[in-house]
Write a protein of this length. Structure first.
Length: 297
């Protein structure tokens, strides 16, 4: 056990990556991968910082008529990569049907046989949100610039772009509901309707109002403790070797387009180049705006 005085956060990207390597174990991921879904099971599948927690709250609210009887949302909508390491049995009964899970793995990697709600977001906004989430938790406050974070971590991993190539050709399958973060933001009631129909929950006016109210950004910010991953942090505190963060809420402001001012122009151009190399030749989509138009149609 590390003495609390010896714990410190990363101050460079390589140090940050070293800490993150201890967030979960390969044994834990293999346990998640081995799960055999029922056809009704719902997997909320997103790149990091693309509305995962938001969709967990929508799905859980629909299936329970708005129950907030949980300490943190991961208790009731388990993270399949992390459940084993957190002591959560993903085969155990859940609060209601359908059973629901979250994952940041791609459609190619996740357990097969369920239903998949896939949410994507402007990658520049996702980058900025990811940076803010780690800033002060995984790395010392402002010790790593967003330029370094983007160039040494976010872009080289290709995690965001791999999600898109994994699901795109299957996006119209009956067991897939593909959504854009920006569309959820602009029309939350319509999103609630789509999700209810997809997961097989009968939606009445009262239930719709409950879920729309409880998945509003202001409601979630007022109840931030229920959405802040504190159970993940506490379970992996020793393995990570980090000082225990007091507050790492994943519900920050829900803004669309914040990267226009928050991400340097040079980084935005570099991210456009990644899109042009990773997405355009494979899928014919020239930009995220192209992707949005295709999903709307």
């Amino acid at each position: 056990m590390l003495n609390s005085e010896k714990r410190k956060r990363a101050t460079t990207v390589p140090e940050m990556i070293g800490y993150l390597a201890n967030l979960g174990t390969s044994e834990g991921w293999q346990a998640g991968l081995a799960y055999q879904p029922n056809p009704s099971d719902v997997f909320i599948m997103t790149p990091a910082k693309c509305g995962t927690t938001w969709m967990q709250q929508i799905v859980h609210g629909l299936r329970t008529r708005g129950s907030m009887d949980f300490d943190e949302i991961t208790q009731v909508v388990p993270w399949i990569e992390m459940a084993f390491d957190m002591g959560i049995d993903i085969r155990a009964p859940q609060a209601a049907d359908p059973h629901a899970f979250k994952t940041h793995r791609t459609l190619n990697e996740a357990p097969k046989g369920g239903k998949y709600i896939i949410v994507v977001r402007d990658p520049k906004d996702a980058l900025l949100s990811h940076y803010h989430f780690f800033n002060g938790w995984i790395f010392e406050k402002d010790s790593i610039s967003i330029e370094s974070f983007a160039r040494e971590f976010y872009m080289p991993r290709r995690a965001y772009w791999n999600h898109i190539t994994a699901f795109w050709e299957q996006r119209t399958n009956d067991n897939i509901l593909a959504l854009c973060y920006e569309g959820i933001k602009s029309n939350l009631p319509e999103t609630v309707e789509k999700v209810a129909q997809f997961i097989g929950v009968e939606l009445d006016a009262e239930l719709k109002e409950i879920v729309v109210t409880q998945s509003d950004i202001q409601f979630m910010r007022e109840h931030h403790r229920k959405f802040d991953d504190h159970l993940v942090r506490e379970a992996r505190y020793e393995a990570l070797g980090l000082p225990l963060a007091e507050h790492t809420s994943k519900v920050r402001n829900g803004l669309v387009g914040e990267s226009r001012e928050g991400v340097p122009d040079e980084v935005k151009r570099e991210m456009d180049a990644v899109w042009e190399s990773e997405i355009t030749p494979k899928l014919g989509l020239r930009s995220y705006d192209d992707l949005r138009r295709e999903l709307i149609n």
